[in-house]
Ligand binder design. Structure first.
Ligand code: HEC
Length: 146
């Protein structure tokens, strides 16, 4: 199970990032300073992520798991090369990479399963999606914009 192993390693990295005392700030999150235009583009990208996650869940709810996997890969598995990484700390980048990897792992699970999975298949699929949302949640818990 390569997918769930890399998921676990990702989670360990997340907990290190979240628990690190060096990150303590006003509300406990590290504040990232971005130039105004980059800030606007970054938040727009985030709203796109929300839409992508919603799209994946909509496809799953209609039973189109192949479509959900392909959509997750297209929308979330690959960084869009907008260059936000250069403004971020290594911890932020690590969670970001983990997020993209988790989306790719989810896409692989969807590819491998039959079109009509049994309940164990569905559980694996939802577990894969949970690794994606854990990364959204962990990053939001650890970082904010100034
Ligand atoms: C590597 C870090 C990271 C990951 C991964 C991440 N986000 Fe964010 N996101 C942020 C930061 C930082 C903010 C700004 C939060 C703040 O300033 O309070 C943000 C803000 C947002 C916002 C608010 C946008 C706005 O216009 O105010 C949404 C919606 C959002 N993220 C959705 C998501 C979703 C959905 C995922 C996963 C599918 C995700 N994010 C993954 C770091 C991340």
């Amino acid at each position: 199970m390569r997918a769930s192993l890399s998921g676990r390693i990702g989670l360990a990295a997340l907990w290190l990032a979240v628990a690190s005392p060096a990150l303590a700030a006003d509300d406990g999150r590290t504040a990232i300073d971005l130039p105004p235009d980059v800030r606007a583009a970054f938040l727009e990208e985030m709203r796109t992520h929300m839409g992508s996650l919603d799209g994946v869940i909509q496809l799953l709810s209609s039973g189109d798991i192949k479509g959900a996997g392909a959509f997750a890969r297209k929308e979330m598995a690959i960084g869009r090369g907008k260059g936000f990484g250069r403004y971020m700390t290594p911890e932020f980048r690590e969670i970001g990479f983990g997020f993209h990897r988790a989306a790719d792992d989810f896409a692989r699970i969807a590819e491998r399963l039959p079109e009509k999975p049994d309940s164990a298949g569905w559980a694996e699929l939802m577990g894969g999606l949970a690794v994606v949302t854990t990364h959204c949640n962990a990053c939001h818990g650890a970082f904010r914009l100034k």
